[in-house]
Design a protein around this ligand. Structure first.
Ligand code: SF4
Ligand code: SF4
Length: 353
């Protein structure tokens, strides 16, 4: 039997407060005090201003892949009596806390399928990611407010796509109808609030049905891997498409499926930490080798790699799964208005055989 609750708007804070005692609770919110500024996912605390009205500027990827994290701590040991002898102790213990993301959009949760392919299901399993993933539940908001940059239905998603979600949230008049989609979510909703009345249920069902039918975006991504391969050597095409790129990397930082990272050791005296931090394939130094050679020396190779990665390499490696969820963030945030839909959409036009 379906388990649903209704959270009145004026009770949302108290419900979230209750949830935050059991979970690390991430919610969409302004990143600065100015509510019209950039938004992202923050850890809920009483009084947090929520931002459900529009897609967040930053995605939720930092919940599973933090912008910076300590992978391990180490300490060198030396015996003054035997200076030639040294040792090192390593502490790579970790503990993923129970986590709930409340109010993410379907595209963001769908994006995690790409991340799973890379960090959990591929030949190399990342224990840090996997442990967080196992301990995280997603309460996903049925999307009613897309904008002109969204294109989720063009890439296999949709405003009501609940793949990967544990709870479904539908915003109705005066509140939210929340439905459990998994066993653990059913247990979570128990005693949290009353069941919705018939009117609220009917409103939620209608909104969900409308969202399920809505088409968002016109991109035709079919056949992109083949078209990309044909375009690969056509430098003029890439120059025309992305000549104005500044290599600022913003598109990769806001993207929920970009996961380039770098690892550094920070050492002080005999102790140190190994850190993993987000990086960007749009940066010259990302691929610069110690020899001085750089396989992607210009922005043309770098942007081509970004498009190829999402629309050719990932689908070929992971059974057709695209490396883009159509959230539109890279288009919204690019300072020179580069639009990945145009670049991918034109791949097939008169591509040389
Ligand atoms: S490439 Fe752009 S539209 Fe696609 S997932 Fe990344 S930010 Fe979103
Ligand atoms: S955000 Fe735009 S200008 Fe910046 S690296 Fe990406 S495509 Fe280039």
């Amino acid at each position: 039997m379906a388990v649903k609750i209704f959270i009145a708007t004026d009770r949302l804070d108290s419900v979230l407060e209750k949830l935050s005692t059991k979970f690390d609770l991430w919610v969409p919110a302004p990143l600065k005090s100015d509510k019209s500024g950039p938004t992202g996912f923050v850890l809920y605390a009483p009084g947090t201003l929520l931002s459900f009205e529009r897609q967040t500027t930053m995605s939720l990827k930092k919940v599973l892949l933090p912008q910076e994290e300590t992978l391990l701590r180490f300490e060198y040991g030396k015996d003054p009596q035997e200076p030639a002898k040294s040792s090192v102790t390593v502490d790579d213990s970790r503990q993923a806390r129970p986590t709930l993301v409340f109010g993410a959009r379907p595209c963001d949760v769908k994006a995690l399928l790409t991340m799973d392919g890379v960090f959990a299901n591929g030949p190399y399993v990342d224990p840090y990611y996997v442990e967080r993933r196992k301990n995280t539940l997603f309460a996903t908001l049925v999307c009613r407010q897309n904008d002109s940059k969204c294109f989720c239905t063009s890439v296999g998603g949709g405003p009501a796509d609940m793949e990967g979600s544990h709870l479904k949230i539908v915003q109705v008049e005066d509140g939210y109808v929340v439905e459990a989609l998994t066993k653990e979510a059913k247990a979570l909703l128990k005693d949290l609030a009353e069941a919705p009345d018939g009117d609220k249920e009917a409103q939620a069902a209608k909104i969900f049905e409308e969202a399920s039918k809505r088409r968002v975006g016109e991109l035709d991504a079919e056949g992109s891997p083949e078209a990309f391969r044909k375009r690969f050597e056509q430098t003029d095409y890439w120059r025309e498409m992305i000549g104005q790129c500044l290599s600022c990397g913003v598109c990769t930082y806001v993207c929920p499926t970009c996961y380039c990272f770098t690892i550094t050791d920070e050492t002080r005296n005999t102790k140190g930490e190994r850190l993993r931090s987000w990086d960007s394939c749009m940066f010259y130094h990302y691929t610069l080798e110690a020899s001085g050679h750089n396989p992607r020396p210009t922005k043309i190779e770098r942007y081509r790699n970004r498009v190829g990665h999402k629309f050719s390499y990932i689908p070929e490696r992971y059974n057709g799964l695209l490396g883009c969820c159509g959230c539109g963030r890279c288009i919204r945030s690019c300072p020179v208005s580069i639009d990945i839909r145009q670049v991918v959409g034109h791949l097939k036009e008169n591509a040389c055989e």
